[in-house]
Design a binder for this molecule. Structure first.
Ligand code: NIG
Ligand code: FE
Length: 428
């Protein structure tokens, strides 16, 4: 009799298999990337049931067989930092950016995050859901099967819960894995200017409800000049930890306040941005297991010359992951492949480091490393067939979508459409 596979994908030119363990890949380990050539994979009940050579798979019984035609197959990508749910858009800010108005100044004048807060308050839950669905479908089309999504454009109880409710509905509707983060401490609403402690206290009153209703796994805060201080962030996140949340920090994005050090001391899953992280902050990251989630798309979009010091972080021994930071103000793209190119060009990361940073280390940054970020027997068969000749090609050929087909639990969830081939008789 023998086993019948639900699906065999054969003739895989390169199968990318990031190494998974209890801890994220740190420092030099990020250079290790197992790549099997002429490979195949077998799926049973949505899980990886076999990995081996393409020729060995030829005799297997399978309900369906896909010829990968020598293309690259990787685990589904993991995007560990997105602001997926928001109202409105901010194209009007582009001219301010061109005129050189700094990001924090736009925010201080009530624009930036605060303008998205108004639009999010004014949008119905249905509108937010429709809009977020559109962005999420685009993320999936770029090969993402696991992602994190934050609230943070409410800054009041009702709107924060509305955003988290939308994330919950997205989790129910879409066949991808979504980790939800409560970012009620994303900015200071004008009514609370000078009363930041009071505002944080109000936001922390939501912890109980958010926890009880399972609306978020993590709590995050924007620790930055003019937003929340290191001390305020520590106190807020400490409370969140006591309530059983994992914690994350928007840390040292613009000024080196010590957000990286704080993240490590709290045992945060990740410290994100880190463009301005100090030598001491980087040293601390190397000592702990907090993942440095770098967001080069944001640095690019804000028009900055200096990017996060990824090379130093890796040389010192830190664990680095990459994310889009998709949001309507500082990084307006769902394309994690574009971020892979920026990581190569601006962060000087190697192709192997980049692949680990968008798979296994990204999964560690959101507590999903035992389920996502690699392909192993028994794990969900979340994978992407890439229409590229080898794994180094994706960071190299930038700004376009290389995904051919995206699978979640062994099922095709997105496929690239072919050119229609329609002949127009009166073409001119
Ligand atoms: O991660 N830095 C703070 N928060 C977001 C930007 C949000 C926005 O501008 O709407 C970020 O870049
Ligand atoms: Fe962010």
């Amino acid at each position: 009799m023998g086993l019948t596979y639900d699906l065999i994908v054969h003739n895989i030119g390169q199968l990318i298999l990031p190494r998974s363990s209890e801890n994220p890949l740190k420092g030099k380990e990020m250079q290790d990337l197992a790549v099997s050539e002429d490979a195949a994979l077998g799926v049973v009940n949505g899980r990886v049931a076999w990995l081996g050579s393409s020729s060995d798979s030829a005799s297997f019984k399978a309900l369906e067989r896909i010829d990968a035609k020598g293309r690259v197959v990787s685990p589904g990508l993991v995007d560990p930092h997105t602001h997926l749910v928001f109202g409105g858009s901010r194209e009007h800010e582009l001219s301010l950016k061109q005129a050189g108005v700094p990001y924090l100044e736009i925010l201080a004048k009530g624009g930036g995050i605060l303008s998205t807060v108004s639009a999010t308050k004014n949008a119905s839950e249905e509108e937010l859901f429709e809009k977020a669905s559109f962005h999420l479908e685009r993320m999936i089309s770029y090969g993402v099967t696991t992602l994190e999504a934050k609230s943070g454009y409410g800054l009041d109880a009702d709107t924060e819960l509305k955003q988290l409710g939308v994330i919950q509905r997205l989790k129910e509707k879409y066949p991808v894995s979504i980790i939800s983060t409560f970012l009620g401490a994303h900015a200071v609403p004008p009514a609370f200017k000078g009363k930041e402690d009071k505002f944080l206290e109000e936001m922390s009153l939501l912890f109980n409800e958010v926890k009880e209703s399972g609306l978020a796994e993590y709590v995050d805060i924007f620790c930055e000049t003019g937003v929340f201080t290191v001390d305020q962030s520590r106190e807020f996140l400490q409370k969140a930890k006591e309530m059983g949340f994992g914690v994350k920090i928007h840390a040292d994005e613009i000024d080196p306040l010590g957000g990286a050090e704080l993240a490590v001391s709290l045992g945060a899953a990740s410290a994100d941005h880190l463009v301005a992280a100090s030598d001491e902050g980087i040293k601390k990251l190397a000592e702990g297991n907090t993942v440095a989630v770098l967001l080069p798309g944001t640095t690019f979009y804000l028009g900055k010359d200096h990017y996060a010091r990824a090379r130093k972080m890796i040389e010192e021994g830190a664990a680095v992951a990459l994310a889009t930071d998709f949001n309507p103000g500082s990084c307006v793209t769902e394309n994690l492949q574009m971020i892979m190119s920026l990581a190569a060009l601006k962060l000087k990361m190697s192709a192997e480091e980049i692949w680990n940073a968008v798979t296994i280390n990204a999964a560690h940054a959101i507590g999903k490393a035992s389920e996502a970020g690699t392909l192993k027997i028994g794990r969900a068969a979340d994978f992407v067939i890439w229409d590229v000749p080898n794994y180094k090609y994706i960071p190299y050929h930038y700004g376009v979508n290389h995904a051919q087909s995206v699978f979640r639990s062994g099922k095709l969830i997105w496929e690239r459409m072919a050119y229609s081939g329609v002949q127009l008789s009166s073409a001119r």
